[in-house]
Design a protein around this ligand. Structure first.
Ligand code: SUD
Ligand code: ADP
Length: 287
């Protein structure tokens, strides 16, 4: 069995510029990986694509993004062999943390090795874009500015070191629903350039000051419990708090480790899924 790590991402910024003729939205977002990851196991079989997962929220058929990744490689490169894909899910599902996209990216990287395809990261990212807007970023990992519908990736340096507290309310959010309810005239736009400068200068206070997500107010109005978690996380002492992606996961940045127990335990009181992880922000190697 070949194992590949599939890390979650958070959005330090997410700006939505306008709706495009193809019905996607033009975005500008800064994403970075965190130390919460699914583990993907890949084993060659004679034929077919078989998904194994103990998580009841994860589809085990062609709706699974890891399945789609394997199918795309099989079809594009006329691979006869099949594969068993074991998904050990640690990233909450439909959370705004790109769990499915990261599984697809890890499957592309793992099968590239298993089937000796020798594709570069750029080639894998281009294939990944056919599966979803976030897959290209997940192929590279690290920290990046993503443009277009999310697939145009510009690498950024690693942000300053910190802890990330993730809290996911017990609702799953559909990305399509949130983009559908988005109104560009009502949106608050983050300052992407200032965030890039903050990262380049390794200026933690400036990273905190420039967090922003144009989709946040949409999700907050659909699901008031997300606003409540944001408030609690601030109250318990996080340095800065934001919703990730289309939500509903809220993340808080913290630099002082001693503050984590109060925030973590405080949130656990009314939120089942809480994680305290490190911000990673560095590119992952080719599997
Ligand atoms: C919002 C973000 C931010 O990182 O992530 P998540 O909240 O899903 O983690 C992404 O833009 C999500 O990317 P991803 O989840 O790959 O989306 P896709 O499968 O490509 O698209 C799902 C649906 O979202 C809408 N969509 C997605 C991306 C985009 N730039 N504009 C859109 O309007 C479209 O309606 C599309 O049909
Ligand atoms: N490997 C996978 N892991 C999780 N969800 C998946 C996977 N493949 C497909 N899905 C579907 O994708 C949807 C979005 O899940 P996910 O990628 O976790 O969320 P998000 O895009 O918000 O980060 C889920 O509702 C689930 O049905």
């Amino acid at each position: 069995m070949l194992y590949v790590k599939a890390p979650a991402k958070i959005n330090l910024t997410l700006d939505v510029l306008h709706k495009r003729p193809d019905n996607y939205h033009e975005v500008e977002m800064i994403m970075t990986t965190v130390d919460l990851a699914d583990r993907i196991g890949l084993k060659e079989t004679e034929h077919g694509i078989h998904i194994e997962s103990a998580d009841r929220f994860v589809p085990n058929d062609s709706r699974n993004l890891a399945y789609q990744a394997a199918k795309l490689l099989k079809d594009t490169y006329h691979i006869k062999a099949g594969v068993v894909i074991k998904l050990d899910k640690q990233i909450p599902v439909a959370a705004g943390l790109a769990g499915g996209s990261s599984d697809a990216a890890a499957t592309l990287k793992g099968l590239n090795k298993l089937w000796n395809l020798n594709l570069s990261l750029d080639e894998l990212a281009e294939l990944g874009t056919k599966i979803g807007s976030d897959v290209a970023f997940c192929v590279y990992g690290g920290t990046a500015l993503a443009k277009g519908r999310g697939e145009i990736i510009q690498q950024l340096p690693t942000p300053p070191n910190c802890w990330v507290i993730l809290a996911k309310p017990t609702i799953g959010v559909s990305t399509a629903e949130v983009y559908g309810a988005f109104d560009v005239n009502k949106a608050e736009h983050p300052n992407t350039q200032k965030m890039i400068e903050a990262i380049e200068n390794k200026d933690y206070a400036a990273v905190c000051a420039n967090l922003g997500n144009a989709l946040e107010s949409v999700t907050l109005s659909l699901y008031p419990e997300v606003a409540q978690i944001k408030e609690q996380m601030k109250k318990f002492g996080a340095d800065a708090v934001l919703m990730s992606g289309s939500g509903p996961t809220v993340f808080g940045l913290v630099q002082q480790e001693a503050r984590i127990p109060r925030i973590y335990n405080g949130l656990r009181g009314f939120c089942a899924e809480v994680y305290a992880v490190r911000l990673v922000g560095e590119r992952s190697p080719l599997a």
